[in-house]
Design a protein around this ligand. Structure first.
Ligand SMILES: NC(=O)c1ccc[n+]([C@@H]2O[C@H](COP(=O)([O-])OP(=O)(O)OC[C@H]3O[C@@H](n4cnc5c(N)ncnc54)[C@H](O)[C@@H]3O)[C@@H](O)[C@H]2O)c1
Length: 464
């Protein structure tokens, strides 16, 4: 589906008209391309002063691994941590070129007075962020802080990050990463995702990293040697997920309904994957998935993407429309998961990723059935995450906002245009944006992520 307005404002005339009329100015977003550097520009790193350097140390090691060009303040603590990790640092003093990434370790901010350090770091460089830049704040989960004031100010970081996401424009994203004490080594996959172009359409998110076990991976192909199942893989977001996971090295079993056989075979053929034709609401769906998975030594990930809409206001909705949406979008996931757990189909570090929706967070006119199903997906993920806490398996969800697919092409024009623009990026996302986010959650290196609901919505105003 083409975004004609988005294309128009890229032209000099269109840009001028949009500016004069105060209309949204969607930027062309950087997107990941094979062979490109992970961080396409320089990083400005800073940290609040304090005694616990463990998060900064972990960040510094990752910056070395990704060969980032790092600038830092002359503060003694920061210089010491970077030098110890072997980061070759340039001084930020007097540097007036744009940074691609502003990265701040706020974990030592424990009092309201110390919140000033956030201002001191970001204020001078607020206009110095490149297009499609990244603002990342790292802190400690408020629920694990040992004083009320520490919990309070760590929670404050959320308001800061979400506001920056709305203020900075030009495709710049802002995220908050809470890292549990002892989970510092699990930061790697998340920092790589958020500093790179892979997170193009993810902004204003709060992610929690826990102490779950991660597996070391080869970052050029983090899913090498794995087998993953993607439901609804014949088109749209599911097709993009299958393609990205294959690009990352996975063997993908592409599942869809028998009517989609031709499209499904085409996708699977192009990525050297395999196909499984089954309706996920069928009584034997779990069994068939298990059978196909066991032939390949079990599943390292399953992506529950298949979903449908049957939009009608509640008064006009018939029972069939209600039941169909609940069954496909929610009940089938619960049933399949239960079957896979009961029959030991998921491997030791298996990742389950569900596709929810911002409708499940904010609700939506004409979508009582859909929003019920997608809110249920969030409930399912949160409850299952608790059950998996003592294992090495994880479950997380993505909640896409407006993504350009056949599903959103069917929305009436005025509603579609509103949906597209009502976010910090002033544009719809692409299926690949959801797929990249899922690839991050699905890697064996993401063992610290369990129970997260990550919105891929360009920081939509809905349910924000
Ligand atoms: N497009 C968006 O803007 C958007 C926003 C939020 C969430 N989502 C969610 O993303 C997912 C994919 O959406 P999409 O836009 O790519 O939709 P789509 O309609 O293009 O693709 C959905 C796929 O699921 C398959 N499917 C449907 N019922 C099935 C069943 N019973 N068994 C097996 N496969 C089945 C379809 O055949 C199709 O291939 C859905 O869960 C959807 O709710 C989409």
């Amino acid at each position: 589906m083409s975004d004609r307005y988005g294309t128009f404002v890229q032209s000099p005339v269109g840009n001028k008209i949009a500016k004069n009329l105060g209309l949204p100015l969607p930027a062309v977003l950087d997107r990941f391309e094979l062979g490109q550097k992970l961080v396409r520009g320089s990083v400005l790193f800073g940290a609040a002063s304090g005694t616990d350097q463990s998060l900064s140390q972990s960040i510094a090691r990752i910056l070395v691994d990704v060969h980032a060009e790092v600038y830092a303040s002359d503060a003694e603590d920061v210089q010491k941590v970077l030098a110890e990790a072997g980061v070759e640092t340039k001084s930020a003093t007097g540097h007036d070129e744009k940074y691609k990434v502003l990265l701040f370790d706020a974990s030592n901010i424990k009092t309201t007075d110390e919140l000033e350090q956030l201002y001191e770091f970001f204020h001078p460089v607020a206009r110095q962020v490149a297009a499609s830049g990244r603002v990342i704040v790292v802190g400690r989960p408020p629920e694990s802080c040992d004083t009320i004031e520490y919990a309070t100010v760590q929670r404050s970081l959320e308001g800061f990050v979400r506001s920056v996401g709305k203020e900075f424009k030009r495709g710049i994203t802002a995220q908050l990463i809470y890292v549990e004490q002892g989970a510092e080594a699990n930061l790697d996959s998340t920092l790589r995702f958020f500093t790179s172009a892979r997170s193009a359409y993810v902004s204003g998110q709060v992610v929690r990293i826990g102490t779950g076990e991660s597996v070391d991976v080869d970052w050029t192909q983090p899913l090498a040697g794995t087998t993953v199942m993607v439901t609804g893989a014949s088109r749209g977001i599911g097709e993009a997920i299958a393609r990205v996971l294959a690009r990352e090295g996975a063997h993908v079993i592409c599942l869809d309904v028998p009517q989609q056989q031709a499209d499904l075979q085409q996708v699977a053929g192009q990525i050297s994957g395999s196909t499984l034709l089954v309706d996920i609401t069928a009584d034997d769906a779990g069994e068939k998935i298990a059978e196909a998975a066991k032939k390949r030594g079990g599943l390292d990930a399953i992506i529950h993407n298949a979903g449908v809409t049957r939009d009608k206001t509640l008064a006009k909705m018939d029972e069939k429309q209600w039941n169909m949406v609940i069954n496909i979008n929610l009940a089938s996931i619960a049933k399949v998961n239960q079957y896979l757990f009961d029959h030991d189909v998921l491997n030791e570090h298996a990742r389950i990723v569900c596709v929810s929706s911002i409708s499940g967070i904010a609700g939506n006119l004409g979508q009582t059935n859909y929003a019920t199903s997608k809110a249920g997906v969030i409930g399912l993920v949160e409850a299952t995450a608790k059950q998996l806490a003592d294992s090495h398996q994880t479950i997380n969800a993505v909640a896409p906002g407006f993504i350009e697919t056949q599903m959103t092409a069917a929305i009436p024009l005025a509603v579609r245009e509103a949906g597209r623009r009502m976010n910090s990026m002033s544009q719809g996302g692409l299926p690949i944006d959801v797929a990249e986010t899922i690839a991050w959650l699905a890697t064996p290196a993401s063992g610290g992520l369990n129970g997260n609901i990550v919105r891929v919505c360009g920081q939509s105003l809905l349910g924000a």
